[in-house]
Design a protein around this ligand. Structure first.
Ligand SMILES: [Zn+2]
Length: 218
């Protein structure tokens, strides 16, 4: 049962719908060249992976920041990713990005087989979208950082995403299913973009009014 972070019914492929392409360019080739299990740097940023992880919610300004590339995969990152996976399943959700828990590093955790009984968690580090095609309406999309609000969002119908996994192995995902939306949603988070930022001006102002009424904005 996945009532989700990104609760999406990919009911219709609106291939004929055209709209300006979103800007989802992320990172560079350099971002993929990272070291694995290197010893912690002396005097390194000890705050990179906080002890306590909480899911930040709109309008926390941290959610508008852009993540920095992960430069090395160490034990702290592995432990943090494991904790984020637990948080994701508990929520319940199918994806959780670093920026949502206050970590300014480019990675997210996700369910690789959403909709199936078996859990198959994955970690994607320094992800970037290489190719996109088509369009569809992601229906009633939601986000753990924007509780109690859902809206239809225009998304690409298919994406090619590259990154590395938690072992440092290069990963290439070519998806045109539910996971394609999850990937777009999570990569957006790494660029400070929430799904509500992708709504029309009118729908966005409706969202703000609703949130204001609920006392959720500052
Ligand atoms: Zn989200």
């Amino acid at each position: 049962m996945y009532v989700v972070m990104v609760c999406i019914c990919l009911a219709v492929t609106l291939a004929s719908v055209s709209y300006p392409p979103f800007s989802l360019d992320c990172g560079s080739e350099k971002a993929l060249r990272i070291s694995v299990n290197s010893a912690p740097k002396k005097g390194g940023n000890i705050m990179a992976y906080p002890e306590k992880l909480n899911i930040l919610t709109y309008p926390d300004p941290f959610l508008t920041k852009t993540a920095a590339p992960v430069e090395n995969i160490d034990e702290d990152l592995e432990k943090t990713a494991r904790r984020m996976i637990d948080m994701m399943y508990k929520a319940p959700g199918v994806g959780l990005a670093s920026m949502q828990v206050g970590i300014e590093k480019s990675f997210f955790v996700y369910e690789q087989l959403p909709g199936q009984d078996r859990q198959s968690p994955g970690v994607l580090i320094n992800p970037r979208i290489l190719e996109t095609e088509g369009a569809f309406l992601s229906e009633r999309e939601g986000c753990l950082s924007v509780p109690d609000f859902r809206a239809d969002v225009k998304r690409y119908a298919s994406v090619v995403v590259e990154g590395v996994d938690i072992t440092g192995k290069p990963v290439r995902l070519e998806r045109d299913d539910f996971l394609a939306v999850v990937l777009q949603h999570e990569i957006d988070h790494l660029h400070g973009v929430l799904f509500v930022d992708r709504l029309s001006t009118l729908k966005r102002s409706m969202f703000r009014r609703k949130y204001n009424k609920a006392g959720k904005t500052r």
